[in-house]
Write a protein that binds this ligand. Structure first.
Ligand code: URA
Length: 215
């Protein structure tokens, strides 16, 4: 399958710094330490894009010289929903940019018989209504985990949900958009295709293994 033309719901972040760091991460010789460092830096850069349209409100601020009206982010604190386990590799970078955000986790595994995503862990802030959620997983491969995670997040009734990844396969984008056309996808790259084992080609391998050094 060839890469789809980005639609308004797919934000392809083409900034040179993002692309440069992603290329370094793809290199199979990159150590776990290097991989994790780059992932953190990329998460910070991607955070800048994914939060671009956050609402702000004007607040009275006292500078040493004057009182002024100045913008601050409006509403309840953002939630980063990490899709385990690779999503955790992006949390530090995201939290460096948005230190007051809340963090939730969704744990899913793929049933070897049905190939469907099965939930084994779910923990979000109690008061999800009126919060904006950014679901995070560096790899959007088949899209099944993303769809299952967003099904669950939607049931909590947040104000909005976005999906943030580094690499997306065309198949994963199609699956996620078919199930959740209202959820914008932010990605640094759209790769060629999935292989028979659900890995993204050319990709960067198993993100979880590379982050945590478990290969
Ligand atoms: N998950 C990964 O870590 N890598 C892939 O290529 C696909 C899914």
């Amino acid at each position: 399958m060839s890469a789809p033309t980005p639609t308004p719901q797919v934000h392809h972040v083409t900034h040179p710094l993002v692309q440069h760091k992603l290329t370094l991460m793809r290199n199979k010789e990159a150590s776990s330490t290097t991989f994790r460092t780059l992932l953190g830096e990329l998460a910070m850069l991607m955070a800048y894009e994914v939060t671009r349209d956050m609402p702000v409100q004007m607040v009275e601020t006292h500078t040493p010289l004057e009182t002024m009206q100045s913008p601050m982010i409006d509403g309840k604190k953002l939630v980063f929903a990490s899709i385990l386990r690779a999503g955790n590799g992006m949390l530090d970078g995201l939290l460096r940019v948005v230190p007051n955000a809340r963090v939730g986790h969704v744990g899913l595994y793929r049933d070897p018989q049905t190939l469907q995503a099965v939930e084994y862990y779910y923990k979000m802030p109690a008061d999800m209504a009126e919060r904006d959620v950014i679901a995070v997983d560096p790899m959007l491969a088949t899209g099944h985990s993303a769809v299952a995670a967003i099904d669950k997040l939607k049931a909590a009734g947040p104000r909005s949900i976005k999906f943030l990844c580094l690499l997306a396969a065309p198949e994963g984008i199609a699956t996620l958009q078919a199930a959740h056309p209202d959820v914008p996808i932010y990605t640094a790259a759209i790769d060629r295709e999935l292989n028979d084992h659900g890995y993204i080609l050319p990709g960067l391998g198993d993100a979880g293994d590379r982050i945590f050094g478990t290969k």
